[in-house]
Structure formats: C-alpha cells, structure tokens
Design a protein around this ligand. Structure first.
Ligand code: SDX
Length: 429
C-alpha cells in the first residue's frame, strides 16, 4: 500500500500520486493512473528515472558502489561462494543447505547435453560467424526441441526451462567457439564442475588428454559469478518485455542475448580489449583520453562509465584483483595489455572530465584481460558474459511471471510527426 504521496499541478489542477517505499534505494512515484486522471504521459527516453517493476533479486547502490544479490554483497559471494551456488541463490532467494546444493548441481550437470540434432544449427553458419550470432540462433531454436518446457503457465515447466538454459549455455558457447576454429565439438562431462566443463569443452581436443588447470577454473567460475545478474539492465529488461507478451523462455533469452551483444552493454568487454590493443602502449593514452572527451568524436572509453554506478563498479574491483592473480599464477609476466589498462584507468580517474561525470571502470574493463590470458579470442568475451547472465535473466523472468501485477509492456511516446493530412495522388505531388 502507498505510505505517502506526491502532488502534481498541471494547468492549475492538482493531482495526487501515491508513492511506495522500497527496502533499499529511492522511493517511487506510482504513475499508473496518471494518464487516466490527468491525460498526460511521463517522458523518460532510456528510462533514466523509471522503475519498470518490483524485484527482490538484486540491489545496486550506484553512489556507494554496492551490489547485493538477495542481500549478499558481490565481493563476499566472489570470495566465498561459487557460480552454481549463486545460481541457486538468485533462482530461489536463499543460500542452499549442502544437500540442496548437491541436488541442484546434479540437476544442472544432467542437463548440459544438447539434443544431437541441434549440431546441424551450428553447421549451418559460416565458420567466421560471430559466436553471439550463433548463440542467438541456437538458443531461440531450443524452443523447437524442448517443447516440454515452453508452457509458461506451468511452474514445473518454468523450472525445467530455467535449469536447461543454465546448463546448456556453456555447451552452446563452447560449441560456437569450436565451430569457429574448425575443431570437433567436445561433449560435456558429468565428472567435471560447471566451470571445468566449460573450459574442457572449449580447449580439449580428441587427440590428447586435457587437464583443467584449477587456477583457470577458479578464475572462470569467479567471472561467471561477477556477471550473474545486475538488476534491470538493458538485456534483462529486454527479457522481461519479451516475456510480458507470453513468449516462451527460449525466445525471451534469445532476445536478451541479442540485446547484450551491443558494445554499449555486454559487447563492451570485446570492444574494451580491442581498444586497449589499439592504444598499444601507455604513451598513446593521452590521445585516446582526448578523443573520449571530444564531443565531436563518437569514441568512448570502453569499459568505462555506467548508468547506475557513479562510483567504482564493485565487480571491476574484484576483476582487477583477479587479473593480477590469474596473470601472475599463469606466469604471464608484465602483460602489456594489463599495464596499459592500469595506466589508462589512472589517467582517466585523474582527469576532471571523468571525475566530474563520475565515470569509473565497469565490469567490462578488466574482464577481457583475464579472458585473453586464459586463451579465449575476443569474439568469445560477450558469449561468456551471456552464459554467465543467463541465470539472472531466467531468475528475473520467473519473478515477473509470478508477479500478479504483470501485464504486457507497452510504452507510449511523445509524438513529433505530421498531424492528419489527406493522401495526395502521384500526379499531384
Ligand atoms: C554493462 O546496466 C547495466 O547494469 C549494464 C551492466 C550489466 O551488468 O548488465 O553493468 C553491463 O553494460 C556495463 C557498461 C558497458 N559499456 C561500456 O563500457 C561502454 C562505454 N560506456 C558508455 O557508453 C556509457 O557509460 C554507458 C552506456 C555504460 C552508460 O551510458 P548512460 O548512462 O546513458 O550515460 P550517457 O551516455 O548519458 O553519458 C553521460 C555522459 C555523457 O557526456 P555528456 O553528453 O553528458 O556531456 O558521460 C559521457 C557521455 O558522453 N560518457 C563517456 C563514457 N560514458 C559516458 N565519455 C567517455 N567515455 C565513456 N565511456
């Protein structure tokens, strides 16, 4: 129930709008009846000041640089938990007991195989297809194979679809990579953990035994955890909007993958590493800082800035620590790209432009450095982000379907086009 209200005066007429208070974050003004009462719309391109839904999954305090999943801070989860336990937490809202976690992990493990027929989807692509193009296509096509988990009105089918998506994304991402390098697909194995399985499917070849390096699997698991969910970001909002029409879960997640692909969103990790390589050496940093500040230059520092964080992205802080650890443990001495990244961060944070606009490194700034050191090509960075974020998408999708307030999302507009005019026959134009 509304505990306070906001008053709006339009042309001398006063309207009272209910307000709702959250458990954390800003109050909201409930404008659902505004158009009916006052005949006006609100206007918020990019949704900079708009809450689209209720949620209990993830909270971000952009000023403090705090990220909580079901109340637990991301730095503690990255340090003490692991990805499948975070998946359970996001899906069900609490940290599992040992036996619950074991059952959940067994369930996910047993859903990692793809229908054998799906291989033909991969083979229909050109070898140089971007893995994100393959993921969008193959995940959407899952609706043609897993009919017994597409009925969104059936809670059990919703749960099976969630498990299938979380379990199969590593297989789909790994096979997209294998296809791009012309190597045979490697099947998942039930004796490996989630991150070990992904690395094995990416880097094993039939010609020899592949032992998963525990350093890499720990780093991989941490990267999965850091990308798991992030409130109502663009791709999650895309999944929610697609789901609001009653679309099946595979279509909704394929829509989320498509949105994440953009360089302003999940595609930034690939764009950031490509930018660091273009910069090359620290002496070219001032040139790129100047370009990022130049209003006439569309160039932006990739991996910098965030709609919500006006302080450090806590994931970037953990990622930076991991970058040092992983490169050190891999014996990658003085990685020039990491050195350039650190110099660039220092130079940007010392520059008034970035300080005044509160632009800090985000989750994408350091992730690419680690992924490249682990052996992934830049084209696999965003597929790994998509793989990690699948649990966030399905958790938010499930939450929305259970929300009694849920209705089809249908925004209005500020129309600036031509008003009514009659058709003109071609001979009179
Ligand atoms: C992700 O929403 C999420 O939670 C996303 C995400 C998640 O986990 O789901 O956190 C993942 O997408 C992280 C962001 C990855 N994208 C990038 O690193 C791309 C580079 N950054 C940006 O393009 C930008 O910062 C955004 C898209 C991330 C945020 O854009 P906003 O909130 O719409 O801010 P804006 O574009 O209005 O910028 C505000 C000002 C502008 O200057 P003015 O017009 O006010 O003078 O800051 C400037 C921008 O020009 N600015 C930058 C900049 N980012 C913003 N200038 C230079 N370099 C940048 N990176």
């Amino acid at each position: 129930m509304a505990d306070k209200s906001a008053k709006l005066t339009i042309d001398g007429k006063e309207f009272e709008l209910p307000m709702h208070s959250p458990t954390a974050g800003p109050d909201v003004i409930d404008i659902r009846k505004l158009y009916g009462q006052a005949g006006v719309f609100t206007y918020d391109p990019g949704f900079t000041s708009t809450a689209s839904c209720d949620s209990t999954i993830t909270f971000i305090d952009g000023d403090k640089g705090e990220l909580l999943h079901r109340g637990y801070p991301i730095d503690q989860l990255a340090e003490k938990s692991h990805y499948l336990e975070v998946c359970f937490l996001l899906l069900y809202g609490y940290l599992p007991k040992a036996e619950e976690l074991e059952e959940f992990e067994n369930t996910i493990t047993r859903h990692t195989m793809l229908h054998e027929q799906m291989q033909y989807f991969f083979r229909g692509f050109r070898r140089d297809a971007h893995p994100m193009a393959i993921m969008v296509g193959v995940v959407g096509a899952m609706a043609a194979f897993y009919h017994d988990s597409t009925d969104i009105s059936d809670e059990r089918q919703r749960e099976i679809a969630s498990h299938r998506l979380i379990a199969k994304m590593p297989t789909i991402a790994a096979w997209a990579y294998k296809y791009s390098v012309g190597q045979p697909f490697v099947y998942p194995r039930n004796d490996l953990t989630y991150s070990e399985n992904f690395l094995h499917m990416c880097f094993a070849v039939p010609a020899e035994e592949y032992k998963v390096d525990p350093i890499l699997s720990r780093a991989m698991d941490r990267i999965f955890t850091l990308h798991a969910d992030h409130e109502q970001n663009a791709s999650t909002s895309t999944v929610r909007l697609a789901s609001s029409s009653g679309a099946n879960p595979f279509a909704c997640i394929a829509a989320g993958i498509a949105c994440l692909w953009g360089p302003a969103h999940g595609g930034a990790n690939q764009a950031c590493l490509e930018m660091l390589k273009e910069i090359g050496t620290p002496d070219r940093i001032p040139e790129f800082i100047a370009r990022a500040k130049d209003k006439n230059d569309p160039f932006r520092l990739m991996g910098f800035g965030h709609r919500v964080y006006k302080n450090f992205d806590p994931r970037a802080t953990v990622m930076k620590q991991s970058a040092d650890e992983v490169l050190d443990l891999l014996g990658v001495e003085n990685n020039p790209i990491l050195a350039t990244a650190k110099e660039l961060e220092k130079a940007a944070l010392a520059d008034d432009y970035f300080a005044d606009k509160k632009l800090f490194p985000n989750v994408d700034f350091y992730s690419g450095v680690i992924l490249e050191a682990m052996g992934f090509p830049t084209s696999m960075f965003t597929p790994i982000f998509a793989l990690s974020r699948t649990v966030g998408w399905v958790s938010q999708w499930k939450e929305q379907l259970a929300d009694p307030q849920m209705k089809i999302g249908r925004p209005r507009q500020l129309y600036q086009g031509e008003t009514f005019r009659d058709y003109v026959d071609i001979e009179n134009r």
